[in-house]
Design a protein around this ligand. Structure first.
Ligand code: PMP
Length: 410
């Protein structure tokens, strides 16, 4: 039944109420989450879940952080909104902090409010800086739902209903340098890639591919855009996935984990982009971008990531999880992949029933395409909590079919 045809009086709980008024564009799980602390989430009935989704890779520092609440409260009393047409002290401190965290060639930033908006900005900046329209993206890549970002996203079912999309954006096979070389022409402005494809199934880029890709872009005068919306902020075991590859792109997109759960997107701009001289006043902008409230949350978040060594933790625990997952003996498993705490278990079948079985056992995980179970917990997860989640995963996979009648966790 369509949500639109449900009777208005049908709701008994707030979950029903939300269902009644929601747009219908989300595939909603049957759970109402009301509170979080660290890696744990609680639903309206008081059941506790281990969060292996982190709000789609957002809550890297965990839920319910008192430092974020305090930073927000203090900044909200001082100043919430302040457009980028004037200067602001908190924004200045955040920009300085970002510059310290980025490779030496990426020292300027455009601030916005989401991953898609960051990718949208990067595409615009690439076209602006080069004066060329062509963007080459990859098969299975995901970059967001606004028109530019959507045009660079590969999944056909996301794109087709909205055609015609932004022209001159093409897709080539991932990890395939020859295909990329063939696709480049004199109209190409930039290549856009994720170093680990998150939504597209947790595929990790080969080191030689990335090295050769960077060389090719340099040689041909093409910009390299790296979308680190999902891989950034410590997720893969380094602050940026670029660090694994020694890569300095021309444009780098961040979002998700950057502001402790508040909406922020960042485009880091390299020297070739700035040196074009084309990013002049009026060429791009955002009303909410760089607002002091979210900047204060981001500053606090970056402090926590550094102080608690969350990237190092993601590297160590990710390795542990990969070893455990690779040791699982289940005929259902096709392949285990990942980097840091961005992990994928590809099954020989559809994953949705297994995700529901996991939820019943108190583990919230995500799909990445139809056949991949994706685990991306907050980076503050303890080894015990991670093991508990992996035990549940092993149980549902070894059961061979979704254990719909499993006892719920208390
Ligand atoms: N790029 C990547 C790599 C992503 O994983 C996502 C979100 N899953 C986006 C862009 C879009 O981010 P947002 O939903 O904040 O627009």
């Amino acid at each position: 039944m369509s949500i639109l045809s449900e009777p208005a009086a049908a709701f008994e709980t707030l979950m029903d109420l939300e269902r009644l008024h929601t747009s219908g564009v989300y595939n909603k799980r049957p759970v109402e989450i009301v509170r979080g602390e660290g890696v744990l989430l609680w639903d309206a009935q008081g059941r506790c879940y281990i969060d292996c989704a982190a709000g789609h890779g957002v809550a890297n520092i965990g839920h319910g952080r008192a430092e974020i609440a305090a930073a927000l409260a203090a900044q909200a009393q001082r100043l919430i909104t302040c457009p980028e047409s004037v200067y602001n002290d908190v924004r200045a401190r955040l920009l300085e902090r970002l510059a310290q965290l980025m490779p030496s060639g990426l020292q300027r930033f455009f601030l916005c409010n989401s991953g898609a908006e960051a990718v949208e900005g990067a595409i615009k900046f690439a076209r602006l800086a080069t004066g060329r329209p062509g963007i080459i993206a990859t098969l299975r890549g995901f970059h967001g739902r606004t028109f530019g970002a959507l045009s660079a996203t590969w999944e056909r079912s996301y794109r087709e209903p909205f055609a015609p999309l932004v022209p001159e954006i093409r897709h080539v096979r991932y990890n395939d340098l020859a295909a990329l070389e063939r696709a480049i022409d004199d109209q190409t402005a930039a290549v856009l890639i994720e170093l680990v494809q998150g939504e597209g199934g947790v595929h990790v880029a080969d080191a030689t591919y990335v090295r050769e890709l960077a060389r090719l872009c340099q040689e041909r005068g093409i910009l390299l855009i790296v979308d680190e919306v999902q891989t950034g902020c410590g997720r893969t075991g380094r602050f940026l996935a670029c660090e694994h590859y020694g890569l300095q792109p021309d444009l780098l997109c961040l979002a998700k984990g950057i502001a402790g759960g508040l909406p922020m997107g960042v485009v880091a701009l390299g020297e070739r982009v700035i040196a074009s001289g084309r990013l002049t006043p009026g060429t791009h902008g955002s009303t909410f971008g760089g607002n002091p409230l979210v900047c204060a949350a981001a500053l606090e978040t970056l402090d926590i990531i550094e102080r608690e060594e969350l990237a190092e933790r993601a590297a160590r625990l990710g390795q542990h999880a990969l070893e455990r997952l690779r040791a699982l003996q289940s005929p259902l498993i096709r392949e285990v992949r990942g980097l840091g705490l961005l992990l994928g278990v590809e099954l020989r079948t559809r994953v949705q029933p297994y995700l529901e079985a996991l939820l019943e056992r108190g583990v919230l995980a995500l799909p990445a395409g139809p056949n991949v179970i994706r685990l991306l917990p907050p980076l503050v997860i303890s080894e015990e909590q991670l093991d508990q989640a992996l035990d549940c995963l092993a149980e549902v996979l070894q059961a061979g079919q979704p254990a719909a009648t499993a006892e719920p966790r208390p």
